[in-house]
Write a protein that binds this ligand. Structure first.
Ligand code: ASP
Ligand code: MG
Length: 393
């Protein structure tokens, strides 16, 4: 008998029939003697639809009202899921994030979980009631409803698994697991059977959308085994776990992050620290910053943030020379120890040397290389690398 947290994504819950099928699988787990907690996303594209309704009223919707609106999506799927289970004679209750005591910071639309109280969850489990919990939401200390950022249901699921000390957290999605490289670019990419928390964390930061990055941080911190599987196909999926005794060094995966811009500026030593402090105050989405000496800085930011970034720079330092390059991609090679492996390093460097003037930087740490390049080269580089490092079938 195990305690399992199962999270279902929006595509898996897109219709009432799909919900019914998933409820049957949960009923089987329960009838086999397991204790199950279900975490749901909103059905299909509900969250996107709610966002576009808000935007059709105003270009700058109030963030508090946005959270009230978006949390409604998960209420629909949680209650329907619970009804489906009850109709199969499995006792079930649905709960909002606030009802199960997911206490968050007060930053609307991007709140962080501070703690999980979980009283009603424990009570339900001890009464053999299957709790269906709305993902992606919580409540602040001032009793405001909050959301955890797009894709945040994964974080709800793994946080609940950590609170309950669950045996496993199963994330059900519309793909078979985590691929070794982006299947939109390399359709014959292999599936990863296992991946370490650190590698998964880098993948989530650098472009893989399979798991919400903060969910991986929690899984790593509390050592929660996580498996990512398809709700439509059978298969083992990808296991995210601690990996020990792995001696061979290889590039395990490559991921791509798009819709970025690169901003370069020259400044004095004093300015640079002041500027970084200034940027730190604002909620800008800075992916990377690279300083060359102390008078030359390059920032990789989301395209959405370029204008705010430029206006902060111009306001504080009106005469600095700035150049910006939009349509930037980051290509990240991931694998334990790869930066210390001479052969792998040479292969990567040989590959990018062909794009000499269009590779704007390489950032590395022990387990990854990230290349900053123009988006137009990403397909070529990723395809070539996928073959070189045997990430394809
Ligand atoms: N429904 C939310 C979203 O679409 C949360 C999630 O799916 O994880 O972002
Ligand atoms: Mg998701």
């Amino acid at each position: 008998m195990a305690l399992i947290v199962k999270k279902f994504g929006g595509t898996s819950l897109a219709t009432v029939d799909l919900i019914k099928n998933l409820a049957k699988k949960v009923a089987k787990d329960v009838n086999d003697g397991n204790r199950v907690v279900v975490v749901v996303s909103a059905m299909g594209k509900t969250t996107n639809e709610l966002i576009s309704m808000a935007r059709s009223l105003t270009s700058n919707p109030d963030q508090r009202e946005m959270d009230m609106l978006l949390t409604a999506g998960e209420r629909i799927s949680m209650s329907l899921f619970s009804m489906a289970l009850n109709s199969m004679n499995i006792k079930s209750y649905s709960f909002t994030g606030s009802q199960v005591g997911i206490i968050t910071t007060s930053s609307h639309t991007n709140a962080k979980i501070i703690t999980v109280k979980g009283e009603r969850l424990l009570e339900a489990l001890s009464n053999n009631i299957v709790p269906i919990v709305a993902g992606f939401q919580g409540i602040s200390s001032t009793k405001e409803i909050t959301t955890l950022g797009r894709g945040g249901s994964d974080t709800t699921a793994i946080a609940l698994a950590a609170f309950l000390k669950a045996d496993i957290c199963e994330i059900y999605t519309d793909v078979d697991g985590v691929f070794k490289t982006d299947p939109r670019i390399v359709p014959n990419s292999k599936l990863l059977k296992r991946i370490s928390y650190d590698e998964m964390l880098l993948m989530a930061y650098f472009g893989s959308k399979v798991l919400h990055p903060r969910s991986v941080e929690i899984a790593k911190k509390y050592k929660i085994p996580v498996v990512i599987k398809s709700s439509f196909n059978e298969g083992e999926g990808t296991m995210v776990t601690n990996m020990e005794n792995i001696e061979s060094t290889k590039v395990n995966s490559i991921c791509v992050k798009d819709d970025l811009a690169l901003v370069n500026l020259k400044t004095s030593e004093q300015n640079i620290v002041k500027l970084l402090k200034e940027l730190n105050k604002d909620n800008l989405n800075i992916e990377l910053f690279i300083t060359k000496g102390f008078d030359n800085i390059s920032l990789v930011v989301n395209q959405d943030s370029v204008n705010s970034l430029l206006s902060i720079i111009e306001k504080n330092y009106p005469s600095l020379p700035i150049s910006a390059n939009t349509d930037i991609s980051l290509i990240t090679f991931i694998g334990e120890g790869i930066s210390e492996d001479r052969g792998i390093t040479e292969t990567i460097l040989n590959m990018i040397s062909k794009y000499e003037n269009d590779v704007f930087g390489v950032v590395t740490n022990k387990i990854s290389y990230t290349i900053i390049t123009k988006k137009i080269y990403k397909e070529k580089i990723v395809k070539e690398a996928g073959e070189k490092f045997e990430l394809t079938e």
